[in-house]
Design a protein around this ligand. Structure first.
Ligand code: ADE
Length: 751
């Protein structure tokens, strides 16, 4: 590949050397000739005084008198600054010829022939000028800077240029000017060749309606439909936006490859105007009409949008007492509902509000088995009785509150034998325990969705009483992720999250509130399909080792639960959305414990103060934004499951939207954050239980927290933190430090 150029350049070098040697010989001969000391005649010149020969004026030059030191140029000819006196005077080139354009799907190529008159020079170049013209000839203006020229716009040496990023449906006039080393000396306009190109052909069409997916105090998520024509040819979208009250005074713009975007850094409770255009290789579309959307109020709702981060808050807050009082109040009022349980058929029950959910006619809704006076009735209605002879128990795979969980096989006449998990009710139970145990089956039996664990049936007519469900090969999501730390692509993780969101959407459409959504309550099959499991309302919480007793007497998994559900047991699909955000965090951190070693009490107080979990290591910005959105204090501001599903779908369809990672955008300003330096590296490592790496940090020169806050994941690896779990924990804490520094600098706070 390199042979030819090397060969030609060697030849050229040899030729140039030969020329230099010949010139040197001539010079020696000239110096020794008889005319050596004569004065120059008109038409001759002698550049250097002394005993040198006179030279004939080169072409387009003249000298009138005797003894000229230089020949002057004829009118219209020039000598460039670096041209030697012996060189002919030259002139600007004529215009390029035969200018043609070629507009194809990918680019606009302009080509031309060199000018017929190069002006006697070899330093010919071309410049491209572009004007965009309206229907009338006087409506031209210079093209905006958005046009891209390959290889460049000015100083082209080849007679061709490729133009990119132009708008479709527009008229462009391109002028190609030819120049050489004396063009600037001429007072005449540079000669040009002109062509007008209409980009109507092959341009992208407009995108569809610009829809708001959700808004928070500082962000708005938008999405739109891809244009039907050439969606594959879309390079990206440009979103232009400005604050409505500043009407076009200044605007911001951003690009995205996905047909969706989250615009951050907005002001709370403020109207913004948005429009979008597509960019294909054939140019830009026009902008969509303007759409106006408003951010939600109260920036304290979602403090993390401002870069706040979870910190350990240990002070007791007087307001907590108020919460306790409120909780008692709501507990009492909430309890009243228990007295209104009436005897109803399941159809009647369906038409009643479930968990505050108003069912739509024709849409199946969930029936709370507790609304049956006789819970056995609900079991009959929603489950199938299995003959125990069809079940083969193989091994114990776990232990539940009511008894062992086993794996086994289930035979069904006329069907293939399937793998099942069997939950058993251990002997010696009382009637209440039997009822609570079967309650889960009555709930599960009402669901039919690929992301919800499927009930095969129950055994109630013989002992042991059993619940038989589909077998899910990889077990619970939290331990599965911990065992496979760092093994999945972001797309695979988002695929799992999408499945969970889809299951949760199904549940909320049915009017069912899970109350204990957490990675430990999700099962993963061999295709990484996630299935929401562990149903049973209050019983679920009794069974959950994470659930802690609150001052209100309820048992609640604090780290996963929305503040209003902790404070006054306001469980709803919106509180499930909060838990979903925590599950997202668990998934993206491969099963890390939310809020690490913090006590439940500190978690409650920190959340109340507005702090939120920082993004896990390697987490795309879009996903952390979604988590923050799920953790909005005001529950009506949280996303609906359907929004989450469609948002994740868009991310999956456009993986490039996942490329921007939180750590990439949280770079610190150059000025040192002295406010961190009063904490030693040792104390910091102790606090995250990573003291064993103190010497690694010191040896690598990281001896202030400010320097640590600037570390990348790579740096953490480089200093010898080999275990991925440890890298993850340190990186997570580095990010926390970084956010703290940013936050304190924002506040202008210095210790
Ligand atoms: N552990 C609990 N339930 C399970 C199931 N359905 N499949 C596999 N493991 C389980």
């Amino acid at each position: 590949m390199h042979g030819q150029p090397l060969y030609s350049s060697t030849v050229a070098l040899e030729q140039s050397l030969a020329r230099q040697i010949a010139a040197r010989r001539c010079e020696v001969r000239r110096r020794t000739s008889p005319q050596f000391s004569e004065a120059c005649q008109p038409g001759f010149f002698k550049a250097y005084a002394g005993n040198t020969n006179c030279s004939k004026c080169p072409p387009h030059c003249f000298s009138y008198g005797e003894g000229a030191a230089i020949c002057r140029c004829e009118t219209g000819f020039f000598r460039a600054e670096r041209d030697p006196p012996s060189m002919a005077c030259t002139r600007p080139p004529s215009s390029p010829r035969n200018l043609l354009f070629n507009l194809n799907d990918t680019s606009l190529i302009l080509e031309w022939s060199p000018p017929s008159d190069t002006g006697g020079r070899r330093d010919l170049t071309y410049n491209v000028q572009c004007k965009r013209c309206g229907p009338e000839p006087d409506q031209c203006q210079f093209c905006e800077e958005e046009l891209r020229y390959l290889p460049r716009q000015l100083g082209l040496t080849n007679a061709t240029v490729t133009v990119m990023d132009f708008s479709a449906h527009a008229n462009y006039t391109f002028e190609i000017e030819s120049l050489n080393g004396v063009s600037e000396m001429s007072s005449f306009p540079h000669p040009v060749a002109i062509v007008t190109v209409s980009t109507d052909q092959g341009g992208p069409s407009l995108v569809g309606t610009l829809k708001k997916d959700w808004a928070s105090p500082n962000s708005i998520a938008l999405s739109w439909q891809q244009p039907e024509q050439t969606p594959q040819g879309i390079l990206d979208y440009e979103i232009k936006y400005y604050q409505k009250e500043h009407e076009q005074l200044s605007y911001s713009s951003t690009r995205t490859k996905a047909p969706s975007v989250i615009i951050s850094g907005l002001k709370p409770a403020t109207w913004y105007v948005f429009s979008v255009r597509t960019r294909t290789p054939a140019g830009y579309s026009s902008y969509t009409p303007k759409y106006e959307y408003k951010t939600t109020g109260d920036s304290s709702d979602i403090a993390s949008d401002q870069g706040q981060v979870l910190v350990i808050v240990t002070a007791a807050v007087g307001g907590f007492t108020l919460l306790v009082i409120l909780t008692l109040f709501f507990l009492i009022t909430g309890r009243c509902q228990w007295y209104f349980k009436a005897k109803m058929t399941s159809e009647e029950k369906r038409t009643n509000y479930q968990n505050g959910h108003v069912p739509f006619p024709g849409i199946k809704t969930y029936v709370d088995p507790d609304t049956y006076e006789d819970p056995t009735q609900a079991v009959h209605e929603f489950t199938k009785e299995i003959d125990p002879s069809r079940i083969r128990i193989e091994r114990v795979i776990g232990a539940g509150e009511f008894g062992e969980v086993c794996s086994g096989r289930l035979r069904t006449p006329g069907k293939k034998e399937i793998a099942v998990a069997i939950k058993t009710l251990k002997g010696g139970y009382v009637e209440r325990q039997r009822r609570d145990f079967l309650r889960e089956a009555s709930i599960m039996g009402q669901f039919d969705h690929p992301n919800i664990i499927r009930l095969e049936g129950v055994v109630t007519k013989s002992r042991p009483v059993m619940i038989v469900v589909e077998y899910v090969e990889n077990g619970s999501l939290d331990s599965f992720l911990r065992q496979h730390d760092g093994h999945f692509t972001v797309i695979q993780l988002v695929g799992m999250l999408r499945g969970i969101a889809s299951g949760m959407k199904y549940l909320s459409d049915m009017g069912y509130v899970h109350r204990d959504l957490a990675a430990r309550n999700i099962l993963v099959n061999s295709n990484l399909v996630c299935k929401v499991s562990d149903f049973g309302l209050s019983r679920v919480l009794e069974d959950d080792p994470e659930a802690a007793y609150t001052t209100t007497g309820g048992k609640i998994p604090i780290r996963w639960t929305a503040p209003e559900a902790i404070s006054y047991r306001k469980f709803s699909s919106a509180s499930d959305a909060w838990s979903y955000g925590i599950v997202m965090w668990e998934v993206m951190s491969y099963g890390e414990r939310p809020y690490w070693e913090m006590s439940n009490q500190d978690v409650i107080l920190s959340i109340e103060e507005g702090y939120r979990l920082p993004a896990p290591m390697g987490c795309p910005v879009a996903l952390h934004q979604l988590m923050l959105h799920c953790w909005q204090k005001e529950r009506s501001h949280r996303p609906k499951c359907t929004d989450v599903v469609s948002f994740l779908d868009k991310l999956i369809r456009n993986p490039s939207s996942l490329l921007s990672l939180v750590e990439d955008i949280q770079s610190l300003p150059e000025s040192p954050g002295e406010e961190m330096d009063f904490i030693s590296i040792g104390d910091w490592l102790d606090s995250i239980k990573m003291s064993q790496y103190k010497s690694n940090f010191m040896a690598a020169g990281y001896n202030t927290l400010d320097s640590v806050a600037r570390m990348s994941i790579e740096d953490v690896r480089r200093i010898g933190v080999e275990l991925i779990g440890h890298q993850r924990r340190i990186s997570s804490s580095v990010q926390t430090l970084r956010l703290q520094i940013l936050h304190e600098q924002e506040k202008g706070f210095h210790v």
